[in-house]
Design a protein around this ligand. Structure first.
Ligand code: CO
Length: 300
């Protein structure tokens, strides 16, 4: 990539990897999800980073996209299986990585499978490898553990300023012969479920949004909020809870109405929580890496 300093990216990746380690200390039964989210985001801020997206703390059958609302009272339970998906960002250097924390220890096979599949995938990454081969390697580990991969989630290319860039890296052999290229930055993220569907669908909760396109709403309040979003988060995904930190936007009713107006006028895109379709427990493991000629370099 032109004008792209891989060393900068590796520095940001270090922060994300450390934040995942830190999250293991924070996430315990009885801890509020909101407190955990704020502490882990503060950890990344403390290391001089912004965010590629708000931290996702998705529990049990939620596969992704849960970030606590500003007034979230919920706590992790003894049985929570928590997907921590986060990404520190500096300028246009974006990172993305995830671990699963199994608080009861009763889903260790599920979590182990995700980590093993990620390792198996990473071991075959090199320039020229077909993405379906990576998917096949992930699927094979799932088969060994008797688990289904989530077929409609997968890894992705990461470019300057773009978290979900062109290449899609499946979690099963989808027959896609696209080849990885030297210098490409990608994230690989196997998801497995104990459920029978192996698919996710949109849930009812929406706490993550992103500016897209250039349409502007008619209402003054919504326009004002949109300007705030553009100046604070540019085109990066943001959490609704981040808005409430500002006195001007601490009115719940006003913010919710403006956000839903911005969604219906297509000025921002909503990212609903993704839930496994058979309500199966889900585990995920994710790392970002740089494709090299004969192997790869881990970023996170
Ligand atoms: Co990702």
């Amino acid at each position: 990539m032109e004008g792209y300093d891989y060393n900068e990216l590796l520095g940001v990746g270090r922060v994300s990897a450390d934040a995942l380690e830190f999250s293991k200390k924070v996430i315990k039964p009885g801890v509020k999800l909101l407190d955990a989210a704020e502490q882990i985001e503060a950890f990344m801020k403390g290391r001089g980073c912004e965010f590629s997206f708000p931290i996702n703390l998705s529990v049990n059958e939620q596969a992704a996209h849960y970030t606590p609302p500003f007034d979230d009272k919920s706590v992790f339970s003894e049985n929570s299986v928590v997907k921590v998906d986060l990404g520190a960002r500096k300028g246009f250097y974006l990172t993305d990585c995830a671990i699963t924390i199994d608080l009861s220890g009763e889903h260790s096979k599920l979590c182990e499978a995700a980590v093993e599949a990620l390792d198996a995938a990473i071991s075959i990454v090199r320039s020229g490898v077909e993405v379906c081969r990576i998917g096949a390697a992930i699927e094979e580990v799932g088969r060994r553990f008797g688990l289904k991969p989530i077929r409609n989630l997968g890894g992705h290319g990461i470019e300057k300023d773009e978290l979900h860039a062109d290449v899609f890296i499946p979690n099963y052999d989808n027959g896609d012969n696209t080849r990885l290229e030297e210098g490409q930055v990608i994230a690989i993220e196997p998801f497995f479920t104990e459920g029978s569907a192996g698919m996710v669908g949109d849930g009812d909760i929406v706490e993550i949004f992103q500016r897209h396109g250039d349409s502007r709403p008619r209402s003054n309040v919504s326009r004002e909020l949109l300007e705030e979003i553009e100046s604070r988060y540019i085109t990066y995904p943001f959490a609704a809870r981040w808005l409430y930190a500002d006195k001007k936007w601490d009115n719940e009713f006003k913010v919710k109405r403006a956000l839903s107006d911005l969604v219906s006028s297509e000025a921002i895109e909503p990212f609903p929580v993704l839930v496994e379709k058979s309500d199966g427990i889900v585990a995920q493991a994710e790392k970002e890496l740089i494709v090299e000629r004969d192997s790869c370099r881990i970023v996170t």
